[in-house]
Ligand binder design. Structure first.
Ligand SMILES: C[S@@+](CC[C@H](N)C(=O)[O-])C[C@H]1O[C@@H](n2cnc3c(N)ncnc32)[C@H](O)[C@@H]1O
Length: 210
């Protein structure tokens, strides 16, 4: 798929720079994990979908004692993640093509990674998230709010981005068998001065979707 090939190349070449650019926003990911961690016991299995170089999220969860699996399409970021968080498992794998048995994970986290997917395919990915979660499992994820979809120049090169409205996300969640526990809005000012409206959702699997 063209959008994925371009995104993979972009992250192999620009990933570290991008993740540094968003350092402040990524610090907030750790804060938003709090409610999830209060609901699940230590040592259970968590998937970090689109984990980047594994910091801060996979590393933080692994240090807390969870069994963390991180997946990402960028082989460069995955090899850095393996070095920084040796106790977690990392695989080069796409969210378009999740290869885990049904009911594998107690929770899935996915921060700012679904925003690189083609919107028409996102519903199927949420259904697959539902399938690989254990019953009553949790999903915590973030995207950017808006209506754009396509190739946009960022840090000097084009990459594929999708933004979502609340209505779109909430319809996808309903159809995929998730109930919303909370939604939070954040307004992030990038180091370049542009503003992003970030949406975080904490949801729970309530129906099994095939
Ligand atoms: C903005 S970064 C976020 C990384 C990390 N979740 C964080 O918040 O620090 C987006 C990540 O999603 C990954 N990604 C993009 N498309 C993907 C796909 N189809 N499957 C898995 N990962 C993907 C990218 O390689 C990149 O590491």
């Amino acid at each position: 798929m063209k959008s994925q090939t371009i995104t993979r190349k972009w992250y192999d070449e620009t990933g570290e720079r991008c993740l540094r650019f968003y350092k402040k926003s990524r610090d907030n990911e750790i804060i938003q994990l709090k409610d999830l961690l209060e609901k699940i016991p230590r040592k259970v299995r968590i998937l970090d979908a689109g984990c980047g170089f594994g910091k801060p999220v996979a590393k933080f969860l692994s240090q807390k004692g969870y069994q963390v699996t991180g997946i990402d399409i960028s082989s460069k970021l995955i090899s850095q993640a393996r070095k920084s968080t040796p106790k977690a498992k990392f695989k080069i794998m796409s969210m378009y093509d999740l290869k885990f048995p049904a009911r594998t994970f107690n929770a899935i986290v996915s921060f700012f990674a679904l925003l690189h997917l083609e919107k028409s395919k996102v519903q199927r990915i949420f259904k697959n998230f539902n399938k690989i979660l254990k019953d009553r499992g949790y999903l915590l994820f973030s995207v950017n709010r808006g209506k754009k979809e396509g190739y946009f120049e960022f840090l000097g090169k084009k990459v594929f981005f999708s933004e979502f409205t609340k209505k779109e996300i909430e319809e996808i969640l309903r159809r995929s068998g998730f109930r919303i526990i909370w939604r939070r809005d954040f307004f992030f000012k990038t180091p370049e001065g542009s503003k992003e409206h970030q949406l975080y959702y904490f949801v729970q699997k309530e129906k099994v979707r095939k």
